[in-house]
Write a protein that binds this ligand. Structure first.
Ligand code: SF4
Length: 698
């Protein structure tokens, strides 16, 4: 029988952007069980991660004391972390010594080499308050805009295209709008694995008779519910989407009134699309012309149609163009601005939306106010009481390049794991190893923490209170259910102590006082008070006043661009940066699994999740396994121009022959040892969804 809890604490799930509300049932500072709450995004449902992925917080590997690298344990470019004895290369220290060493090292670099010799990575796993204070520390304490987080590796290209074309990077409609839609389109999203509870609402809608269209190079589980499944060739997103738009035009299905009244530059788009006939694009994307015409007709002629997309669209060197084409498709079809329509890039982490909103990115302050806009800068200089750098900072991968080149000499990393998540890991790890001073704030000895000079033990999700913004733009309250173990401290406390030692006079009294400043900095959430969140649990922005109930559907009248009109931007055809050839004839697709979260730091230490998926797996079409003389479960080696990994082979009929899928959560077979670091030129996102590899029996 289950032990009886001594208290229950309402909070939100720490994993994906769906933002399920849950309750922690706690006894003696331990979580006994997690149950779903009737939140607006989940109606009581939780997936396997939300329900069973909680006991990582009690794992014996938790960091409970500050650690300083031992003098006799120099770091090497090659990861030297012993995962069985993770603390071997470090000695314990007190907080005073660790903070003085951590901040002192960064301050010395700033004073000797200038503000641009420093950079900071914050985290989408932290709260809005933590992300806000972290970017404020970098901007006012380091003195530059070299601050970024994993949104760069996730939806940066979607946001770039959305900002450019419709003036806002957030979703237009919530997931729940599938109930109002007649047609639901999913492209480049393994929704069942990556946004599982959202997928349940989509599946229910399909069962209730809505038309589901799924477009993906891999036949994932959600495709089983689709009336139309388009398994297009990897790297041909723009060809397919442009052909769909041309088919909308050819069939006379353009919403002429919408285009005339609410968009601009249609003539240039139409001229550009003329070459993208379904017949011309069919051999490029592998979808026949009749199917392209039929799907275009179903989408454009629906009373209400909504589009969801994921990393399959965004993580390409043409990710911005992929998103531009999707946005144009919705605009010329008039499928935005009403319930049941719109554009929804499914956000990955539980707070990647919020961390971006509060300015944890190098080119904008909170609420996407550009750092190179003098008026915006003047507002933040007045709010923060200091002069600010007018130049946009470097992005995640650019920071790694600058570190490798010796231009970035010191870094502060809060809750990110670039030694697993960055592309071309050999390069990224060498960059980390070459830093003069690396401060890592973490809950575990991650692969990145191993490279640190000093590690500051922080709080896990259930140990702190804060606000989190889900994929629907819904600001929700997470509440502390546990005390951090040992000498581990709240992240907000650590950031504030670091700031003080960098010369900033900060006196925040917990998350509510930080949130009060956030409201002053961000007109979009001015109507959301901490007290209101305690009362209502969730409020959707924009919410400019306390009387505003929050606005789940936006762009109903106009777009937040000059003149109120959306701008149509043509998307040209571009190839992936590295195409298969005789030496490396396979296409590698990287991504996630249902049971594991990103680089695995939390879920691989969650007993149930690790028991379900304990080993690295590489998925291939069964015919390819046979051709290689392999049976499922046997070892297979994947080799690219940058590295090699060995994993256990798994059969997956959803993949086409010539494709291999590798999740990136396993340190034993780190997928990013294989990927390259070519970037989308606009959004600076790497191409995690396409590189050339060779596959052979191990
Ligand atoms: Fe958590 Fe996402 Fe699963 Fe909901 S769907 S329980 S937010 S991981």
């Amino acid at each position: 029988a289950l032990e009886a809890p001594d208290r229950s604490v309402d909070s939100v799930c720490p994993y994906c952007g769906v933002g399920c509300q849950l309750t922690y049932h706690v006894k003696d500072n331990r979580i006994l069980q997690v149950t779903g709450r009737d939140g607006p995004a989940n109606h009581g449902r939780l997936c396997v991660k939300g329900r069973y992925g909680f006991d990582y917080v009690h794992h014996r590997h938790r960091l409970t004391k500050p650690l300083i690298r031992r003098a006799d344990a120099p770091r090497t470019p090659e990861l030297g972390l012993d995962h069985d004895d993770p603390f071997r290369d470090f000695r314990e220290a007190g907080w005073e010594e660790a903070l003085a060493f951590a901040a002192g090292g960064l301050k010395a670099i700033r004073d000797r080499h200038g503000p641009k010799a420093l950079a900071g990575f914050g985290s989408a796993k932290g709260s809005n308050e933590e992300a806000y204070l972290f970017q404020k520390l970098v901007r006012t304490g380091f003195g530059s805009n070299n601050v970024d987080h994993c949104t760069r590796l996730c939806h940066a290209s979607s946001v770039a295209a959305l900002l450019e074309m419709i003036g806002s990077g957030a979703v237009s409609n919530p997931v729940a709008d599938v109930a109002e839609a007649d047609v639901i389109v999913i492209i480049g999203s393994n929704t069942t694995d990556n946004h599982p509870v959202a997928a349940t609402f989509i599946k229910n809608a399909a069962r209730a008779g809505k038309t589901l269209i799924v477009m993906d190079p891999r036949r994932t589980a959600i495709a089983r519910h689709a009336r139309h499944f388009l398994q297009f060739r990897p790297d041909s997103d723009v060809a397919l989407l442009n052909a769909l738009m041309q088919a909308v035009i050819e069939q006379g299905l353009v919403d002429e009134a919408f285009v005339r009244e609410r968009t601009e530059e249609y003539a240039a788009l139409k001229a550009h699309l003329a070459a993208f006939t379904p017949e011309a694009m069919a051999p490029v994307c592998g979808i026949d012309a009749d199917t392209i015409r039929e799907v275009a007709r179903v989408y454009a002629s629906a009373p209400n149609a909504i589009i969801f997309w994921g990393m399959g669209v965004s993580q390409h060197v043409h990710g911005t163009d992929n998103s531009r084409a999707l946005i144009s498709l919705a605009l010329i079809s008039g499928q935005i601005g009403r319930p049941g329509t719109g554009l929804h890039p499914l956000r990955g982490q539980n707070n990647v939306q919020g961390a971006s909103d509060v300015g944890l990115i190098p080119m904008v302050f909170p609420d996407y106010q550009r750092v190179d806009n003098p008026e915006a800068r003047a507002r933040f200089e007045a709010l923060w009481g200091t002069a600010l750098d007018p130049e946009p900072g470097l992005t995640v991968v650019e920071i790694m390049h600058a570190a490798k080149a010796g231009e970035i000499r010191g870094m502060y990393v809060m809750g990110e794991n670039p030694a697993m998540s960055d592309p071309d890991l050999a390069h990224a790890r060498a960059a980390l190893a070459g830093l003069e001073h690396l401060v890592v704030q973490e809950i575990f000895m991650t692969e990145t923490a191993w490279y640190a000079d000093v590690i500051l033990p922080a709080s896990a999700f259930p140990e702190k209170s804060g606000t989190f913004t889900n994929t629907d733009r819904r600001v929700q309250l997470g509440r502390a259910a546990l005390d951090p173990p040992g000498a581990a401290r709240q992240d907000l406390w650590i950031v504030q102590e670091m700031a003080r030692r960098l010369g900033l006079d900060w006196n925040y009294d917990g998350p509510a006082s930080v949130f009060a400043e956030l409201r002053r900095a961000m007109p979009s959430i001015a109507g959301i008070s901490w007290e209101r969140l305690e009362r209502e649990d969730a409020v959707t922005y924009p919410c400019p006043s306390e009387a505003d109930p929050g606005q789940p559907v936006i762009f109903t009248e106009e777009f937040p661009r000059p003149g109120g009109r959306a701008r149509l931007v043509p998307a040209p055809l571009r190839n992936a940066a590295e195409l298969p050839d005789g030496d490396y004839p396979w296409v590698l697709i990287t991504g996630r699994q249902l049971e594991h979260w990103h680089t695995g730091a939390m879920t691989r230490r969650a007993t149930v999740l690790d028991a379900i998926e304990p080993f690295p797996v590489a998925s291939l079409h069964p015919e390819e396994l046979e051709r290689l003389g392999l049976r499922p479960g046997e070892a297979v080696t994947l080799r690219s121009r940058r590295g090699a990994v060995t994993a256990f082979a798994r059969a997956d009929r959803g993949l086409s022959p010539g494709q291999v899928f590798l999740p990136f959560c396993y340190h034993e077979a780190a997928a990013n040892l294989l990927t390259h670091d070519f970037l989308d030129p606009v959004a600076k996102i790497p191409e995690f969804k396409f590189c050339a590899v060779r596959v052979e029996p191990a």
